[in-house]
Design a protein around this ligand. Sequence first.
Ligand code: ADP
Ligand code: MG
Length: 366
Amino acid sequence: MARITLDKVAHSYIANPQDETDYALRLIDNIWDDGGAYALLGPSGCGKTTLLNIISGLLAPSDGRVLFDGKDVTNLPPEKRNIAQVFQFPVLYDTMTVFDNLAFPLKNRGFSKEDAKKRVLEVADILDLTDSLYKKAAGLSADAKQKISLGRGLVRRDVAAILFDEPLTVIDPHLKWQLRCKLKEVHEQLKLTLLYVTHDQVEALTFADKVIVMYEGAIVQIGTPQELFENPSHKFVGYFIGSPGMNFLPCKIDGNRAFINGSSIQIDDRTAKLGENIKDNLEIGIRPLYLEVHAEQVENSIPVAVKSIEDQGSYKIATVRLSGNLLRARLHEKSVIPSEQAWVRFPEDWIRLFHNDKLLTLQSND
Ligand code: ADP
Ligand code: MG
């Protein structure tokens, strides 16, 4: 397995890039530990596939170096990098049986027949492909084909890392969940370095120990699902993670109060200190899960107009208006909210401050 270092990697598909916007990857300078399960999460077009292809060697970066366990592999072709890559759409040999497809990556690498068979059977068992091992791949469903592709990535235990590029796109939702769990299981057993690309936050958050969030060719945050949820380092992470995304409200701080247009709420000393000298572009961020909505006035609450309440089955989403700003709150399915006026309370522990789109922390304020 390998520790992957991206040393000042940048990439442009244009021959003479002029400015930042000409770069599909702006500047990536990161080290990913050996044996980790990472998800690379971001919207379509943010550079995920570009980054993955640079790691696997399908693409040479315009700038910077890629190292595996400290060894420079920037100029090595994919076959010399000892990496398995699983693509968005199945890549396999239709005329071969499932068994032969799975055994193929082992054949060229000098595995003995028995050894190869043992591995193929193991992987087939993990992916529930045992019953179709001797069928031709051509006749199988899209799901099954993609499982074979996954299997081809998993049979090799000698790989430095396995890279998955949105591999579950063609798989039906129920099976998706099963396969994600399987991959997690496989990761726990084998301690492979896994890098899993997705634009789906649920997929990323259930699969990975660490999520790498990308936006416009850059990495904006790397963290555990909990870190990304509780302390998104950038407004983009706040919006992109969580359902619905984080609420943001322009504010000004004066003493231990945050003023939001005409209204104000109490904040703790730490938050007050973070925002005290900032005059512009200061915003409160609060997750819908933590914003309280009350039918009656409670301590430190402010009145809001209720715009809508949506029943989502196991929870409700209330949309309220606070002096021109719309806020969303995620509420218990049984909560009863009046249809016109309610009171919101911002629990002090969950108030975050953002300045110029970035989270303020004690360090960033030093
Ligand atoms: P993602 O996988 O996150 O959807 P990509 O890495 O595929 O993003 O693309 C990042 C950016 O690079 C996009 O703007 C895309 O249009 C551009 N791009 C990707 N592949 C090529 C290519 N072969 N030639 C030119 N531009 C490309
Ligand atoms: Mg892609």
